[in-house]
Design a protein around this ligand. Structure first.
Ligand SMILES: [Zn+2]
Length: 140
């Protein structure tokens, strides 16, 4: 057990009861959003109750994968040893077509190419048997 080795490894999400469906969907290449059957609200990130009305009647539906860059930041200084090989990279706040905004990262191009309101589409990148990460590239 070496703390150096741990620091060199990227932290990964840990699925729990609330988010297991999200990660299962991503393993299938789909980004699942929660739709509230009581008030119609659409939410990301997954949880047991509707954040708008507190309702429990929530269904999962796959997002279109389309959205646009609401905001972004280009990271030049790695937040830890595990990310040294990635800089520079762009962290995106993507506004999904369905409404929710989510934080992700840009792929498929140079971070300097990212602009506000740029149309993007989902790319699901498998990391291991459990975790596949949702990222975004410029729409084609
Ligand atoms: Zn609701």
């Amino acid at each position: 057990m070496s703390t150096f080795a741990d620091a060199a490894r990227k932290p990964l999400p840990q699925p729990d009861a609330d988010t297991e469906k999200l990660w299962a969907g991503l393993r299938d290449g789909k980004l699942l959003l929660q739709h509230c059957e009581d008030c119609g609200d659409v939410q990301y990130y997954q949880q047991a109750l509707c954040r708008a009305c507190g309702g429990e009647r929530i269904v999962h539906r796959a997002a279109s994968g389309r959205g646009q860059v609401h905001s972004f930041s280009v990271v030049h200084r790695a937040p830890g040893p595990a990310f040294k090989g990635d800089v520079p990279y762009a962290v995106l706040l993507v506004e999904l077509e369905e409404g929710p905004r989510m934080i992700s990262t840009y792929t498929g191009g140079e971070p300097g190419d990212v602009t506000f309101d740029m149309p993007v589409e989902l790319v699901v990148e498998p990391v291991n048997d459990v975790i596949s990460l949702p990222r975004f590239r410029r729409s084609r």
